[in-house]
Design a protein around this ligand. Sequence first.
Ligand SMILES: [Zn+2]
Length: 254
Amino acid sequence: MNLNFDTNLAINYHSNSQKIRVMSENWLVDNVYCVKCGCKLKHFKNNKPVGDMYCEKCKEEFELKSNKAKLGKKIVDGAYSTMIEKIDNGEIPNFFYLNYSLQNYKVNNLIVIPKHYLTKEIIIKRPPLPQTARRAGWIGCNIDVSSIPESGKLYLIKNGQEENKNIVIDKFNKMLFLRKSNAELRGWLLDILKCIELLSKKEFTLNDIYSFEAFLKIKHPENNNIRAKIRQQLQILRDYGYLSFTKRGEYKLL
Ligand SMILES: [Zn+2]
């Protein structure tokens, strides 16, 4: 994979953000594959917002965010209400986060955040723009990336090194079961996945997960039986083939 932007594409653009947009979008379409099926990506025609691509074969949709900074705790995104609407309608795309070097216009990191990791809880409202702004009162949003389990931040390129394509596609498809759950339930599943990751063990016990009870209570204050909810989510993860029950109260990741 060629990691360099084609700087010739930027010649006719004046603002730096336009140059980056044109170079990074073209780089993505020319070099990167659909993480669901491995096919090439295409630009949407003009009726769609910029930065959006799709896969002709499986129809998966993607939005590209490019930044000279590495992926941090949040991604700044567009209008809050639009984002929430897209999640409700199931129209939210997968996100590519591309981190480039401004010195040599080269791709350092490329991460995909699959759309099944995007729930309303991690879309954070920004303060409305002040009265002095051109779009006074407009409310944007941030995606709280820090809440997303690591399995929801799939690297295609890490520190300038390409990850194995088949492994990336496998990892993406392995978690597609999350799309079967409705938004409310999915939030719980993702929280439990995050807890399992924090344990960083292949095998763990129910008590290990119970140790996150207080953390989960903060995230779900309305729930008065966190332990029952934990057991229920572990059963769902077992039914989806993510983990198995070895003995009573003991689990193994598959
Ligand atoms: Zn595809």
